[in-house]
Design a protein around this ligand. Sequence first.
Ligand SMILES: N[C@@H](CCC(=O)N[C@@H](CS)C(=O)NCC(=O)O)C(=O)O
Length: 269
Amino acid sequence: MSIIQISNRTHLEKVVSSEDKNKLLVLYFYAHDNQHSKTINEGIQTASLKYTKETINFLFIDSTINDELITLFKVTVTPYLVIVRNGYILRTMTGSELEDFVFSLDECSETLLTINNHHTTPVSANNTNEIDARQIKYRNDSVSSIETDSTIGSDSLLDEENDPEFNSDLNDSLSKLVQAVPVMIFLKGSPSEPRCRYSRQLVSILRENRIRFGYFDILQNDVVRKGMKKFSDWPTFPQLYVNGEFVGGLDIVKDTIKEDPDYFNTVLL
Ligand SMILES: N[C@@H](CCC(=O)N[C@@H](CS)C(=O)NCC(=O)O)C(=O)O
């Protein structure tokens, strides 16, 4: 059995920070007084027996008493599931998709391991098209910034205290970061508060095209800022990645769309 009942945000952060970063965490938001939630609760409880706590933890969160976590994860409906690994939200689920998922969990213990390969599953962004790549924080410093511009999460490889030289560990981490979601941007500031005009323009372009995207505020982490210049072989920000491939900076994006107004639809098929 690998279920932990989460009592509040502090508890969640404590649990998350004590876990191995490779472990899958399934955050399950439910309402204790809701029949649908009860059915799903039972399904998860049964399924969880198949998983060891070394590989996966199911974190149960009663949404009726956890306003703070609901706001943080933008939960608008329960039951609601968020699958997290290594600081990234791999997937969110509600409704019949969630039911099917829980059912398949019980049938086949490989289900979650499949999701572990996040290239196969899109990250959902709830009510917004923008996802902070680091919505979960694993370290102990200020938590107030989680909803907006938090510093990097679990991965100490991206910690500024680490060797700022570009090394293979950093390369691996950046490689995961650029593939965190199909459209990923590295910008200055956040989409709601870009801190340079180029970043602002790129955000506007993505919004105009109704593109769901993930982002990383490079002003929050100098290792990532320096590392991405080398990783992309590109000296400035913003930088756009689509399907894990570097597209370019703002000017290239503008030119690309000028040439092919349907560019995003084509590549994101
Ligand atoms: N025209 C460029 C503008 C980008 C740019 O010049 N960005 C600068 C100023 S925001 C930058 O990122 N400099 C490197 C740095 O700040 O690390 C583009 O196509 O993206």
